[in-house]
Design a protein. Structure first.
Length: 257
């Protein structure tokens, strides 16, 4: 886990993330275009975008990207960066539960390390569904209740396996009394995902299909051992469960037909 919440980064710290975010943007788009159509002018919204490093990376790739961020400091940092670089980094004031976007206008919604922090998870998923056009998708990277290792708090071994109620009490305590343990964020994580819970939540939010992180990975991302392991994980459910236990966090792509 980063020791600083991304929304609190300075202008210089946010600018230093551009190269990393550009690499991430290329990898993510390469993974997703196998499952959804993203034309050059596709509308992409990055929810919880902080200072907009990923928004800028996507815009440089030719996409019509916009960010949504509730933190005033992060939005102001994006404005300063845009002026310094001479580029547009559009970041709107808004939350995952109330996206300031029209119905059915987006090809892709990105929520990278965001949904675990929202107050109303079900409403956030419904909002993502609302702004997506047919054929669009929501990609999110978040927590996992299957893996004992996680990045949301330091100093609590096997935290991923704690009961949900205990997790939430500890996170709220840390935010108030030991903020350094949770990256100095005012909104610590209090949602943890499992494959079964994710299926239920996405179905209830109105999504038609979804793919897990193993299905999204590309065979060419690694060597022979990686390709063999990936194919085995995809083919054998018990091995996939073991992989989810060993690897922290989770990622999904949910589609609208």
């Amino acid at each position: 886990m980063s020791h600083r919440a991304t929304e609190s980064l300075s202008v210089a710290e946010a600018e230093s993330r551009f190269l990393e975010q550009a690499q991430f943007a290329r990898l993510l788009i390469n993974r997703l275009v196998r499952f959804l159509r993203l034309p050059p002018s596709a509308r992409i919204v990055d929810v919880g975008c902080a200072a907009g490093a990923l928004v800028l990376a996507l815009r440089r790739m030719g996409y019509d990207a916009v960010g949504v961020e509730p933190d005033l400091h992060a939005r102001q940092t994006a404005e300063v960066l845009a002026e310094r670089l001479g580029e547009r980094i559009p970041v709107l004031d808004g939350r995952a539960e109330e996206l300031p976007l029209p119905n059915g206008g987006c090809n892709l919604v990105i929520a990278n390390s965001v949904l675990e922090h929202v107050k109303d998870l079900e409403k956030s998923l419904r909002e993502a569904r609302r702004v997506l056009r047919p054929g669009g998708g929501l990609w999110f990277y978040s927590t996992s209740a299957l893996c004992p290792r996680q990045r949301e708090i330091r100093g609590f071994p096997l935290f991923g396996w704690y009961p949900l109620g205990l997790k939430r009490r500890i996170m709220h305590w840390a935010a108030r009394h030991r903020p350094e343990l949770v990256g100095y964020t005012a909104n610590p994580a209090h949602h943890w995902f499992t494959p079964r819970l994710t299926r239920k939540l996405l179905r209830e939010a109105g999504f038609d299909r979804h793919y897990n992180r193993w299905q999204l990975r590309l065979p060419e991302e690694g060597g022979g051992l990686y390709r063999f392991t990936l194919s085995a994980i995809l083919a054998l459910p018990p091995l996939r469960f073991l992989a989810d236990v060993l690897i922290p966090d989770s990622a999904y792509l949910a589609l609208v037909d």
